[in-house]
Design a protein around this ligand. Structure first.
Ligand code: HEM
Ligand SMILES: [Cu+2]
Length: 628
């Protein structure tokens, strides 16, 4: 500690002890924030999974009265919302948070405190939305909440028809957090790459994180605007979506899908990125066609903004507009096909290591192709007139979201778990989990294609017997049990590994990218010296052509910290306080409580000012002995 006493005045304070609840509530470390995101997302995933389980239990048999129609509406609405906004997207954001700075050779994200603000806003939004269950009923107009169902009266005639208000404010609060994350990641990836990491040397996971963030920044504003208009309609009785008062019902749909279609790419691109990391490592060769992969991601993101009206073929836009959107939708299959081809070409001829991460990755390839195929079928307008609103659609979205995003995220968990926790997952339990998840999801969702083709509508709470729906519905529900068992085994495997897993060491998979060069779990400062990147797959280059260790970048240490210390931002409770203020404001809006709103706004403004004008001296963290 002696160096500390010689540190220039005002440069930094001794490190704040990093343990206990307080450390988590005040952290600005991207790794801790990443873990907070992933753990919260997992919690919401369990909730959304329970909702799905109840839906399938109700639909297992005809004429079922397990669940009332009113509750059923809330269940499928909250299931979709929870899975999309509170489970899959935040899990990806958590993973990006943890992994991307490490892959960039950086010490943190560009704006660590803003990062904490994002997390607490996401959590607040999720809790606001879910508190509706206890405060008079959850939203019930579907995850896309079409007008006029959402403007009140029609669907919500009860004494406390506030469900939709929770939708509006919960999503708005969580959405602001997401946009701030997007901005943070864009700046981080553009500005904090280690010396030598030119854009075409960035790992593909970083590329997908960048493009996902750009999508977030451009896709969320239409949603924000839509929610703001709806809030005005509901709280102040304007008529933006009310035809009777000169409004437009379809305005909601247009704005929603301008956000909604890019959103599905926000859900799938990080998954693509993870697969693109796992496939080369477990094939022990470089990714086939890296530049084509990068180009394909960029093209997919660009096209993602051109196709939104394929969700609206049946609303009467006419054959010309339908044809244009059909064509643009089908074009997306081309760059997607390029990606599939390149993954397969990487696997072909590789020396495969069939560990759990690769099993999930190959499972992903299989199911994602099925989901993509039914997607192209839905993009044909005359056919879509038949499929739309049927169970075929439920099959399609789950092949891409469960067979795509979820399987890929499970691959990513099994791949990066040792880096995040320092422990190895048990491979035998991992495989059991995989096979049950894989079988379960196909048993659950494949029959839904036929249910749709036979005419079963989606979002019905029950159906009469002998319409040809009985057996397939029963099979589908049995599948949920298999899928659930697999997920439980995967979770139990993780819990067990936290205590009893073998120590992973820095590089258990013979990795190719920078995160595998540092200890597992990584130290608070990530890299003792910022590394020099001397090629794509930066660590592999050093293993192949160097001595296997990273070379420090000359002159990268703009640091003025004394020898043996790293200067890092200090923890602060302000992001949490800020999100608390926003939460107060949101409830005040829902319950039209003006004084409470003023109090909430006061907290928000005060904490923003404190964050802006607080001159954080930072903390000096001592380097561990043999740091890379
Ligand atoms: C984990 C297993 C899952 C099961 C068993 C499951 C089951 C279901 C079922 C049965 C429905 C149809 C309700 C109906 O229309 O009758 C549904 C709807 C939906 N699911 Fe899932 N799901 C799962 C995971 C996911 C995931 C991971 C996502 C998203 C990332 C997701 C997103 C949706 C959406 C958006 C809807 C439509 C909701 C609406 O109609 O507004 N699901 N799910
Ligand atoms: Cu779409």
């Amino acid at each position: 500690m002696s160096a500390l006493t010689h540190a220039p005045l005002g440069l930094g304070q001794p490190p704040v002890p990093a343990s206990g609840l307080r450390a988590w509530l005040t952290t600005v470390d991207h790794k801790r924030i990443g873990i907070l995101y992933m753990v919260s997302a997992l919690g919401f995933f369990v909730l959304g999974g329970l909702e799905a389980f109840l839906i399938r239990l109700q639909l297992a048999r005809p004429d079922s009265h397990l669940i009332s129609a009113a509750l059923f509406n809330q269940l499928f609405t909250m299931h979709g919302l929870t899975m999309i906004f509170l489970a899959v997207m935040p899990f990806s954001i958590g993973l990006i948070n943890f992994i991307v700075p490490l892959q960039l050779g950086a010490r943190d994200v560009a704006f660590p405190r803003l990062n904490a603000v994002s997390y607490w806003l996401f959590l607040s939004g999720g809790l606001i939305l879910n508190s509706s269950w206890l405060l008079g009923g959850a939203p019930n107009a579907g995850w896309y909440n079409y007008a006029p169902l959402d403007t009140g009266g029609l669907l919500n005639p009860g004494p406390d028809p506030r469900g939709i208000d929770f939708y509006v404010l919960g999503l708005q609060v969580a959405g602001v957090g997401t946009v701030l994350s997007g901005v943070n990641f864009v700046v981080t990836i553009l500005r904090l790459r280690a010396p030598g990491m030119s854009p075409l040397r960035m790992p593909l996971f970083v590329w997908t994180a960048l493009i996902t963030s750009v999508l977030i920044v451009f896709a969320f504003p239409p949603l924000t605007a839509n929610l703001a208009l709806l809030m005005l309609d509901r709280l102040f009785h304007t008529g933006f979506f009310d035809v009777g008062r000169g409004g437009m019902v379809l305005l909601w749909q247009q704005l929603f899908w301008m956000f909604g279609h890019p959103e599905v790419y926000i859900l799938i691109l990080p998954a693509f990125g993870a697969i693109s990391e796992i496939v080369p490592v477990f094939s022990r060769k470089a990714l086939f066609g890296y530049p084509a992969m990068v180009f394909a991601i960029v093209l997919i993101a660009f096209l993602a903004f051109m196709v939104w009206s394929h969700h609206m073929f049946t609303v009467g836009m006419g054959p010309l507009i339908n044809s244009v959107f059909a064509a643009s939708s089908m074009i997306i299959a081309v760059p997607t096909g390029v990606k599939i081809f390149n993954w397969v070409a990487t696997l072909a001829g590789g020396r495969l290591r069939l560990d759990t991460p690769l099993l999930y990755a190959v499972g992903f390839l299989f199911t994602f192709v099925i989901g993509g195929t039914s997607g192209v079928m839905l993009a044909v307008p005359p056919a879509d007139f038949q499929y739309s609103g049927s169970y075929f659609l439920v099959a399609h979205i789950h092949y891409v979201l469960v067979g795509g995003s979820l399987l890929a995220l499970l691959a990513a968990i099994h791949y990066w778990f040792p880096k995040i926790t320092g422990r190895l997952l048990d491979d035998r339990r991992g495989r059991w989990g995989f096979w049950l998840v894989f079988a379960g999801l196909n048993i659950t969702f494949f029959p839904m294609h036929f249910l749709g083709l036979f005419g079963m509508p989606r979002r019905i709470d029950t159906y009469p017997p002998n319409l040809g729906f009985d057996t397939l519905n029963l099979i589908s529900t049995i599948g949920v049990f298999v899928l659930g068992a697999g997920l439980l085994i995967a979770l139990a495997n993780m819990r067990r590994a936290l205590r009893h897993g073998a120590l992973a060491g820095p590089d258990p998979w013979d990795g190719r990218t920078l995160e595998w060069a540092v200890a597992s779990p990584p130290p608070e400062y990530n890299f003792a010296r910022i590394p020099l990147v001397r090629g794509r797959d930066a660590l592999w280059v050093e293993k192949r052509y160097g001595d296997g260790h990273l070379v420090p970048a000359a002159g990268a240490e703009e640091e003025h910290a004394p020898e043996g210390f790293v200067h890092l931002p200090s923890p602060t409770p302000l992001p949490l306080v800020l999100a608390g203020g926003v939460t107060v404001l949101a409830y005040a809006a829902i319950y039209s409580a003006l004084l409470v709103a003023l109090a909430g706004a006061g907290i928000v403004v005060a904490s923003i000012f404190l964050l802006m004008y607080d001159r954080d001296p930072g903390q000096l963290v001592p380097l561990a002995g043999d740091a890379p």
